[in-house]
Design a protein around this ligand. Sequence first.
Ligand code: PLP
Length: 401
Amino acid sequence: MKVYLDNNATTIVDPAVFSEMEPYFVQRYGNPNSLHLFASETHPAIKDGMEKIYAGIHAPREDSVIITSCATESNNWVLKSIYFEYILTGKKNHIMVSEVEHPSVIATAKFIESMGAKVTYLPINHEGIIDPQTVRDNITENTALVSIMWANNETGAIFPIAEIGDICEEHNVLFHTDAVQAIGKTPVDVQAINVDYLTFSAHKFHGPKGVGALYVKKGKELIPLLHGGAQMGGYRSGTLNVPGIVGMGKAMEQAIDALEFEMTEVREMRDAFEDELLKIEDTFVVTPREKRTPNTILISFRGIEGESMLWDLNRAGIGASTGSACASEDLEANSVMEAIGAAEDLAHTAIRFSLSRYTTQEELDYTLETVKEAVKRLRGISSSYAYAPEGHKSGLDSHHH
Ligand code: PLP
């Protein structure tokens, strides 16, 4: 059996999305900016795709949604734009990000810091969530931007974005949120909260890879990152990714249709699976489930290296993660576990299971059995599992003597 439980890294493309995209590769392949029939054939699809994307985040027509190549680009863009607009010009010199942002925010913040910006990395609390008060406490008159994610990719923790938006508004500070992990999992409405910039990415909600977006509220400054043929209103040059726009539009429509299902059925399956996992001794989950996206579990098995567990799961055909996909190839501790100050013996033990609307009960049953076997095997050979049930403890003792 093959089981995919790494949906926070990427998702399967919804077949309905794929079939809508297909004609725009081999039939209607014109450059939308050309002045002939091949171009005009693409225009209705672009309009339709963009309308679905606007509708998905409830963006009014007067605001901009700019299609990018990925969320990494959108995140880079906002921070670098603020650098050019505020920091380089000397208008303001300070930005704030949470310490658990995706690397595409953290690494960009570090880069602009090296260019002279002052950056505050805001801590998370013991539940893996940012307290809005820390935003308020750290705002100064020199703060140009606050960038805080809507939902965390590793824990699924949903951050208090509405309150943070209000605080920023009150202090006349621009607010960006990385909503990559929020779309399709929790309602995202740019008119319901104070937000100036919002990032998302199609491949996280059953759309194609290589298509991201940046929402920008009317009147909020943005420096073009890519200069050239002035596509996307001059904000982002480069021939439009027609199949990508079609695919993101359809994926957004499907995600909105499936939102209720995610928030009820997927959540119930996740909760039941988590209940069973937590019956295994010495297991821990950081963020309370009601404060999480419905599909995510980050769970620690004391005494077991996350990578060892992944290996056992992988051999059984199960794809999970130790945290962000970017960290999957090294043996660093999970960054959220480090940020909450998890004891050293737990920091390396986190495994992330992320479900989707395609996950089945049968897959979760099989995964649970596999996890139980892996825990038994790995704790049996673990020298660090000194907190073990009685049998293991005596085994350890005799080993030491
Ligand atoms: N932001 C978050 C919270 C993510 O989880 C990811 C995915 O890894 C990204 C940004 C980057 O997305 P993309 O692959 O579209 O660049």
